[in-house]
Design a protein around this ligand. Structure first.
Ligand SMILES: [Mn+2]
Length: 311
């Protein structure tokens, strides 16, 4: 039997040796507090991806031809701490192979592991968190690896930028750096939040997207939906600018909590993932081979992926 490939792409584009992208599924839902089910997220995401058309109209590209290797899922779930460590190790092993590493959760606690891996491999890392919730608790329900603590560590040892936030506990105000937070209620009235957010970023950026950042009208299948969220095109516009102006070193997408009767959320997640790859590799396909050598090398920690000739 043939091995399953991401989005059903041909085997020639799915081999580890030649793929520029690695996708690591992390079907973990050990600490969620309200609706369970984000452990089913990766499977729903992969199924939706298999039913998605692979030509991206906007970037006029077929990004899958850069190769996307579907890694074995990280299934460690003996404890939140062990899961985080397994995610860190797995992600780091592929970063060290010079792959563009992406992860799909699972609940948001998996990002503690992804962020650790990227922070170990890249200098002056910015973590861009797009999320409805602040996730800044130092500890929750006896663990520092709870989903409510997803970016506490990042707030202490990376340049954390928070976008779309509209729910938090008062205790988190003592940790939050409001200068680097874009609250949803302020974003609606601010024409400059995109530029302002990008101005706060260092060169190397890891993006963590909690799907509950999106408005529940377009993303209902998530564990803790919050009204007043981001819409599709404003989010894509922001992401495209980040990919263009910064060296995005990897990303994760979390908290898809699939619902049998509501498949559009699965498709949003699938399309979002593919859009982000399309933005990452925009400009590399139609041009000549020179661009190959521009591909980021984690050993050149501050190298920029695309620096000129962008239009
Ligand atoms: Mn979150």
């Amino acid at each position: 039997m043939n091995k399953r490939t991401y989005a059903g792409i041909p085997e020639e584009f799915s081999k580890i040796e030649t793929s520029k992208v690695v996708l690591i599924p992390v079907p973990y839902d050990g600490t969620s507090t309200w609706q369970k089910g984000s452990d089913k997220g990766p499977e729903a995401f992969l199924q939706a991806s298999e039913n998605m058309e692979l030509y991206d109209i906007e970037t006029k590209s077929e990004v899958y031809k850069n190769g996307v290797y579907l890694a074995d899922a990280v299934t460690e779930n003996s404890s939140p701490e062990e899961m985080v460590e397994a995610v860190r190790k797995t992600a780091k092993s592929y970063i060290q192979k010079n792959k563009f590493v992406t992860l799909f959760g699972g609940e948001h606690s998996i990002s503690i592991g992804s962020i650790r891996a990227f922070n170990e491999c890249f200098n002056n890392l910015t973590v861009l968190q797009i999320d409805a919730h602040a996730d800044l608790r130092k500890e929750y329900e006896g663990s520092s690896c709870n989903h409510a603590c997803a970016v506490y560590e990042a707030s202490q040892n990376t340049n954390l930028i928070q976008v779309g936030i509209r729910s938090m506990d008062i205790i988190e105000t003592t940790i939050m750096d409001e200068e680097k937070v874009f609250f949803a209620h302020e974003m609606v009235a601010d024409d400059y939040w995109v530029e302002n957010a990008i101005d706060l970023m260092t060169e190397n950026v890891f993006i963590t997207i909690d799907l509950d950042a999106f408005d529940p009208s377009i993303m209902p299948s998530t564990g803790t939906p919050e009204p007043g969220g981001l819409l599709w095109y404003e989010t894509l516009d922001f992401l495209q600018k980040v990919f263009k102006e910064k060296n995005v070193v990897g990303f994760d997408i979390v908290e898809l909590c699939p619902n049998e009767k509501e498949k559009s959320s699965d498709f949003l997640a699938a399309k979002l993932y593919y859009k982000m790859l399309s933005y990452k590799f925009e400009n590399t396909e139609d041009d000549d081979y020179e661009n190959e050598s521009d591909y980021k090398d984690p050993n050149q920690k501050n190298s920029k992926f695309q620096d000129e000739d962008y239009d």
